[in-house]
Design a binder for this molecule. Structure first.
Ligand code: S3P
Length: 438
């Protein structure tokens, strides 16, 4: 969305991270709060909403479909639900910017509407695979057109009669699972999705919070179409995927001690904590509590010597967005870290295996990309100019690498950091990094 306006980071080497901070709200939960709030009966009040470009794209899309959505204060959103069949045809295509989550989840949700709708995105989103959602949705009776390559724009033909299906997902994807469940709300009978490995379950939890019955049996989750959603209040926890940069930064920078408050610790998201602890990180959880159906805690992280590990493959879906910064942790660890079973990283906002390998090579790190992961030997980090490829998480990961670098790290194409982490520059500068932009 914002790649036209380019931003470069220059980060001075060294330093430590100290203090107490709260990172912005969870992106996955923010998207879902708008979607379910819009379809509910009554008014949904959201606090802690992520004011990042991705979730704001979802917000604008629902405004474009006639939903009144107010923003009474920072991180606060009030959605006046229109009910399951109250959305209206938008006047133009819905622009979802950089946000794959918006497009994939809405592909399901919009398959059940009576009107036609088109969804577009920026250059990165326009390269991302959509057949993983359009094919199973077609089995339910949806009519969705993609490009010949199976990429956006998506054109959804309204008025389809959807039927529930049982679907065995070939990839462990919460976006695919959620797209089918959201279509399932509009389908006749039961929609069941079986996942090959646990993926984030925010959709299921939030549906239940809106009074919709969802059943889980082992690795299968089911719902029956034709029900209604009742508006509720939502307190969005801080995003563990944004906290991850600080968990790594404070771990690798000697003398660091940082508290991260109100972080979502849903067990389908805590792979980053599990992996860092296996590497020797000192991360403690305080004040564990449940907020609106989601587990939350304050995290305290102190610097600690890290060692290389073989990352257990069952942790991959639970840390899928955190590998860019986990590769920085691996570069600072003693010994070798091996990641396998993570080919999904190749189809994120950028090819994250290649983007990270390229940047690590510039910094003199021994990083060997493989088809489905990376082998990294820990050692000194040098200086130089790395390209984030317009990928927010690549940019933020290399910013943290500066804490252990021998000289300045310059990172290009960083405008998209605001898709998920508005205020990143101010927050990192406030707790010990020296990061300038131009
Ligand atoms: C998300 C699911 C994950 C994740 C993405 C957000 C979600 O994608 O990478 O950032 O909110 O459901 P996949 O479903 O492709 O694994």
């Amino acid at each position: 969305m914002s790649s036209a306006h380019n931003v470069t980071y220059k980060v001075s080497p060294g330093g430590q991270l100290r203090g107490a901070i709260r990172v912005p709200g969870d992106k996955s939960i923010s998207h879902r709060s708008i979607m379910l709030g819009a379809l509910a009966e009554g008014t949904t009040e959201i606090s802690g909403f992520l004011e990042g470009e991705d979730s704001l794209c979802t917000l604008q899309a629902f405004r474009d479909m006639g939903v009144r959505i107010d923003r009474p204060g920072p991180q606060r959103v009030v959605v006046r639900g229109v009910g399951m069949s109250g959305l209206r045809a938008p006047a133009k295509a819905l622009d979802l910017g950089n946000s794959g989550t918006s497009m994939r989840l809405m592909a399901g949700l919009l398959s059940g509407q009576s009107f036609d709708v088109e969804m577009t995105g920026d250059a990165s989103l326009s390269r991302r695979p959509m057949r993983r959602v359009t094919e199973p949705l077609a089995k339910m009776g949806a009519r969705i057109e993609t490009t010949a390559q199976g990429t956006p724009p998506l054109k959804i033909i309204g008025g389809s009669h959807l039927k529930g299906i049982g679907y065995d997902m070939p990839v462990a994807s919460a976006q695919v699972k959620s797209a089918l469940l959201l279509a399932g709300l509009y389908a006749e009978g039961m929609t069941c999705v079986t996942e090959p490995a646990p993926t984030r379950d925010h959709t299921e939890r939030m549906l239940q919070g809106f009074g919709y019955q969802v059943e889980r049996r082992g690795s299968t989750v089911c719902l029956r179409g034709g029900g209604r959603l009742r508006a509720t209040a939502i307190d969005v926890p801080a995003d563990i995927s944004s906290a991850a940069f600080f968990l790594v930064g404070a771990s690798i920078a000697t003398g660091s001690e940082l508290e991260l408050s109100h972080v979502g610790i849903n067990p389908t998201r805590t792979g980053v904590i599990n992996i860092l602890r296996l590497m020797g990180a000192d991360i403690r959880l305080r004040n564990e509590r449940t907020v609106g159906g989601e587990p939350v805690a304050d995290l305290v992280v102190r610097s600690a010597p890290l060692r290389g590990i073989e990352i257990p493959e069952d942790q991959v879906p639970l840390a899928i967005d955190e590998f860019p910064v986990l590769f920085i942790a691996a570069a600072c660890a003693e010994g070798t870290t091996v990641l396998r079973g993570a080919e999904e990283l190749r189809v994120k906002e950028s090819d994250r295996i290649q983007s990270m390998a390229d940047g690590l090579h510039v910094l003199g790190v021994d990083a060997q990309p493989t088809a489905d992961g990376m082998i990294i030997r820990g050692g000194p980090i040098g200086d130089g100019r790395v390209d984030s490829k317009g990928d927010h998480r690549i940019a933020m990961a290399f910013a943290m690498a500066a804490l252990r670098a021998g000289g300045e790290i310059e990172i290009t194409d960083c405008a998209n950091v605001k898709t998920s982490f508005p205020g990143f520059v101010e927050l990192v500068n406030g707790c010990g990094l020296d990061l300038r932009t131009n």
